[in-house]
Design a protein around this ligand. Sequence first.
Ligand SMILES: [Fe+2]
Length: 180
Amino acid sequence: MITRDEAFDLLKKYNKEEFHIKHALTVEGTMRYFAEKLGHDPEYWGLVGLLHDIDFEMYPEEHCKKAPELLKEGGLEDDFIRSVCSHGYGLCCDIEPTHEMEKVLFATDELTGLIGACALMRPSKSVQDMEVKSVKKKFKDKKFAAGCSRDVIRQGAEMLGWELDELFQETILAMRTCEQ
Ligand SMILES: [Fe+2]
């Protein structure tokens, strides 16, 4: 396994836009939080989160298709690559999330975007004082942050067997640990 520094260098090799770097760091921190909570390896889950969108900035048309090549070059193993690609299940690839880590990535990737957009609407511009009910309200408002797929979030919660409220609550708590 590569180190966190090596992974961050690999991310920066293919991602220059601040928005993409921030998203990678948010998903990294979120994955670390869930790994700790669920009794898994936070280092490993964090790296998957950090690199999950590695190919998106430069190869948006080949999202999850270019990633294996970039990750392999970077020294990542097949299992790791599989997990990264599975977050595009039903959208840009047909690798189904099966491991709990893959399901958490699938469920939280779009949701961190929605929660981040909710945070920007607040006077504090922060998730620190955010409550589930404000996320629920924005979740129902389809025009708000329309790019964050409610279907994917719902499908992710279903895969995990969690209620949406529970997923929202835990993802808010996760994002509090890694606010960018
Ligand atoms: Fe993502």
